[in-house]
Design a protein around this ligand. Structure first.
Ligand code: C2O
Ligand code: CU
Length: 564
């Protein structure tokens, strides 16, 4: 009797200890469903999660596991991706359509396991099927592990601000039409902050998002750029912002009047409510990349000090100062200010030497078009190392795991086919096509240098380059063509920032490093949705290591089926 009691006490203590070490387990249901929303004076039905736009926030602590059961009550297949979550050894829950899974058919569900073992800060989730992510996305807020705290003074309050992009038309139709005719997709009609366009758009000023603060307090803002095709300046009139984290990794704090935030990026920023109580604009204003058409409208929210009027009518308000809309030095200079925190509990583990070097051109191109729907003899395309990615009809992960042939080839080029002057506007705009993947050995130290390009289309841009399954260290960037002798001399191998998405400078280069210690199948692509649709993508396959801990997990019992 006595022994039994002691045993159960010991078991309870053991259980508590184990729980602590493993973090908490959360469960969410995501119901994909159509819902009507009225914006910009008109009503349309959009695909949502649980009927909200943006969708629900997942809140957890570092070290927790979150299970999400996605129930597809819509009319077409969709997948969901956990942007920036490493998903150690487990690509099965990562989500990109026909890369790690086939779409979840209408009327069925799929449970995904999100392992928050590595990240701390803000990430987000989004649909990863065609253009559905325009309306199907939400925040992932990851607090410090239980029992530890932020590497800065505990803020008085927190607010998540999601920049979105609103199209009056149906997004799936917009991209399907563009791909059929070979031209540019329509640009959006508005940007939104937490689903609201704000004061500068017709029929919108009654619903502008407001965030209330108390004078003298400090707030942690979690800013997510969930827009489809445009980078943004972000700022708050009369207030400066102190950046403390990016892509769920801490940086050395720096203070700036505005952020430059590109699609896919998340930034954690401290805001001191230190101005005269009143209303101040929170503004996200789009950045014009190159010469392609863009939505030049501006979305606003309101920072409202306690004690000031709630009335939706307010006197005209001032705007924060931003650089010119097409100032390509702005994203470059902003990236230059990012430095990894590098504290004892948040160390910087950048590889000092590399054994795999990949030099990769990033380009907007054309392909010959003879389809009857084409507007001309060519259609727009995009490529990495002159390969325009062709998405297979069944997923690459399944094909790799079960050794199915004919789905992809293992020969993505490690360098561009020709060493030309990549930024010359007279370059030929044609590309080749393929489903060619990069094979990496477990524990390879990898350096990728992305090279911006120009050609006769004059489409040089800043591309938000994103990698699944890893965060990577940004060790250098520069203008023009990368020089592999002199440029590495200026690399930052001391305190580079760790990110999952970064803006490749227009007509410049950016060098990043990571250790390939996450076995699996991982998508790499530009986070401008039109570029990804045109083929600015590839896949990294990291092979298994030799021990159980370094092998990819087996597939879960149920994966969405690949044929109808
Ligand atoms: Cu945010 Cu492949 O995605
Ligand atoms: Cu791009």
């Amino acid at each position: 009797m006595n022994l039994g009691k002691e045993m159960s006490v010991i078991l309870v203590i053991l259980g508590v200890l184990l729980c602590k070490a493993q973090g908490a387990v959360h469960h969410h249901d995501f119901v994909l469903q159509e819902k009507n929303f009225t914006k910009l004076c008109s009503t349309k039905s959009i695909l949502t999660v649980n009927g909200s736009f943006p969708g629900p926030t997942i809140t957890a602590h570092k070290g927790d596991i979150v299970f999400v059961t996605v129930h597809n009550h819509g009319t077409y297949g969709v997948t969901i991706h956990w942007h920036g979550v490493r998903q150690p050894n487990d690509p099965w829950s990562d989500g990109p359509e026909n890369i790690t899974q086939c779409p979840i058919p209408p009327g069925t569900n799929f449970t995904q396991r999100i392992n928050l073992a590595y990240e701390e800060g803000t990430l987000w989730w989004h649909a990863h099927s065609d253009w559905t992510r325009a309306t199907v996305h939400g925040a992932i807020v990851i607090h410090p592990p239980h029992g530890s705290s932020y590497p800065f003074t505990e803020p008085y309050g927190q607010e998540t601000l999601i920049i979105g992009e609103w199209y009056k038309g149906d997004v799936m139709t917009i991209i399907d039409d563009a791909l059929a005719t070979g031209g540019e997709p329509n640009t959006s009609d508005a940007f939104t902050i937490n689903g609201q366009p704000g004061d500068l758009y017709a029929c919108s000023n009654g619903t502008t998002h407001r965030f209330s603060v108390v004078q003298g307090k400090t707030y942690l803002l979690r800013i997510i750029n969930a827009a489809m095709n445009e980078a943004h300046y972000f700022g708050i009139t009369n207030h400066s912002l102190t950046v403390v984290g990016i892509d769920a990794a801490y940086v050395k704090p720096f203070t700036t009047p505005y952020l430059v935030i590109t699609p896919g990026q998340t930034m954690d920023v401290l805001l001191q409510a230190n101005q005269t109580p009143g209303l101040y604009y929170i503004v996200a204003s789009s950045f014009q990349d190159g010469s392609s058409p863009y939505d030049n409208t501006t979305t606003t929210a309101i920072l409202q000090y306690s004690g000031s009027s709630n009335a939706s009518q307010h006197p005209p308000m001032a705007f924060p100062d931003f650089p010119e809309h097409n100032d390509s030095t702005a994203p470059f200079n902003f990236t230059n200010r990012l430095r990894g925190l590098g504290s004892e509990s948040h160390p910087i583990e950048v590889p000092k030497t590399v054994n795999r070097m990949i030099y990769m051109t990033v380009a907007v191109n054309v392909l010959a078009c003879n389809a009857s729907t084409c507007d001309s003899t060519t259609k727009l395309a995009a490529s990495l190392n002159n390969v325009s990615f062709q998405t297979p009809s069944i997923d690459i992960l399944d094909a790799y795991y079960w050794n199915k042939t004919g789905v992809f080839t293992k020969d993505f080029p490690k360098e561009p086919p020709n060493y030309i002057n990549f930024t010359d506007p007279d370059n030929n705009a044609f590309t080749t096509t393929g489903t060619r993947v990069i094979m990496l050995n477990y524990n390879d130290s990898v350096e990728v240098v992305w090279q911006g390009t120009n050609n006769s289309l004059n489409t040089a841009e800043n591309h938000p380059m994103h990698l699944h399954g890893f965060s990577y260290y940004v060790v250098g960037q520069g203008w023009g063509v990368f020089n592999n002798k002199t440029d590495p001399e200026s690399y930052n191998l001391v305190d580079p920032p760790e990110v999952n998405t970064v803006s490749l400078p227009m007509n410049g280069w950016l060098a990043m490093r990571f250790v390939a210690n996450n076995p699996g199948v991982w998508f790499m692509h530009c986070h401008f949705e039109r570029h990804s649709s045109w083929g600015m993508d590839t896949v990294l396959i990291v092979k298994d290591g030799k021990t159980n801990e370094t092998r990819m997990l087996p597939p879960p019992k149920y994966m969405p089926p690949c044929s109808k």
